[in-house]
Design a protein around this ligand. Structure first.
Ligand SMILES: NC(=O)c1ccc[n+]([C@@H]2O[C@H](COP(=O)([O-])OP(=O)(O)OC[C@H]3O[C@@H](n4cnc5c(N)ncnc54)[C@H](OP(=O)(O)O)[C@@H]3O)[C@@H](O)[C@H]2O)c1
Length: 248
């Protein structure tokens, strides 16, 4: 039994992990509202049925009003809004002693605050649909101490906390909330950093699985959460990191 086939809204669905999640859900028959600043949708190739399920909505998730309007538009379709994937995110690195408050706040705004504001805007629509599933894309950095990554780590730890609080508070409304926390996945977010070089060599040794993951793997994990309607799974952080986060 799967989550009913209404619309799932995904933030930052135009590229990277968000695009892979959008395609995986559209292949499973969901209408997918792709919220992106560019208004673009991922490339569905020759699959016309999948292409038709991808609804482009131009939206900057830092703009609360735009975000609320985008989610209302997403909910206006057969079956209503049955899910939200908070994927849009930003990674920056700086020495903590030199990290500007504005930069810290910029990372927190998109990676953490927007997760809360989009979930709050989705809430009435999910209630109207009889419940649903919110997936927040966190990171395995949520539990690690990483040099030059204070803002990113704090923001992703906040995603875990937001996930737990919403899961407890909205369970009575039949809304489940799960944090999917990837390890290193090759995307635009880290392409330069991960290009051949010392970091890549270090990671290939450091990741027990021997290499970074793919956006497609994260997409298929999220699609599985919608496909398998696991009513007792909520509030948890699920790591998909090739075992790096637990390795000694
Ligand atoms: N890649 C990894 O190794 C990795 C590991 C752990 C967690 N993650 C998390 O996975 C998520 C996706 O990462 P990614 O690697 O796919 O990143 P990416 O390739 O850099 O893509 C980031 C996405 O976020 C969107 N975005 C950023 N700011 C936005 C805003 N204000 N409003 C709407 N959309 C916005 C971007 O849209 P635009 O095109 O409009 O910029 C883009 O679609 C992030 O939350 C990231 O922290 C990634």
């Amino acid at each position: 039994m799967s989550i009913p086939k209404g619309t799932v809204a995904i933030t930052g669905a135009n590229r990277g992990i968000g695009a892979a999640i959008a395609l995986a859900l559209a292949r499973d028959g969901y209408r997918v509202a792709c919220l992106a600043r560019s208004g673009g949708v991922p490339d569905a190739g020759a699959d016309e049925a999948v292409r038709e399920r991808l609804l482009p909505i131009r939206c900057d998730v830092l703009d609360e009003q735009a975000s609320a309007a985008a989610l209302a538009q997403a909910a206006d379709g057969a079956g209503g809004l049955v899910g939200l994937v908070n994927n849009a995110g930003l990674h920056t690195a700086a020495k903590s002693a030199e990290l500007a408050t504005t930069e810290y706040e910029r990372v927190m705004a998109i990676n953490a605050t927007a997760v809360f504001t989009a979930a709050r805007a989705a809430y009435p629509h999910l209630v109207r649909a009889g419940g649903g599933l919110i997936v927040n894309i966190g990171s395995f950095f949520d539990k690690l101490g990483v040099k030059r990554n204070l803002a990113y780590c704090a923001s992703k730890a906040a995603v875990g906390a937001i996930t737990r609080c919403l899961a407890v508070e909205w369970a009575a409304q039949n809304i489940r909330v799960v944090d999917v926390a990837p390890g290193y996945i090759l995307t635009d977010l880290n392409r330069d950093m991960m290009a051949a070089g010392p970091l890549r060599e270090y990671l290939d040794k450091r990741i027990p699985a021997g290499k970074p993951g793919t956006a497609d793997e994260v997409g298929r994990l999220v699609a599985a959460l919608y496909r398998e309607k696991l009513d007792f799974l909520s509030g948890e952080t699920i790591y998909i990191d090739g075992a790096q986060g637990i390795a000694h």
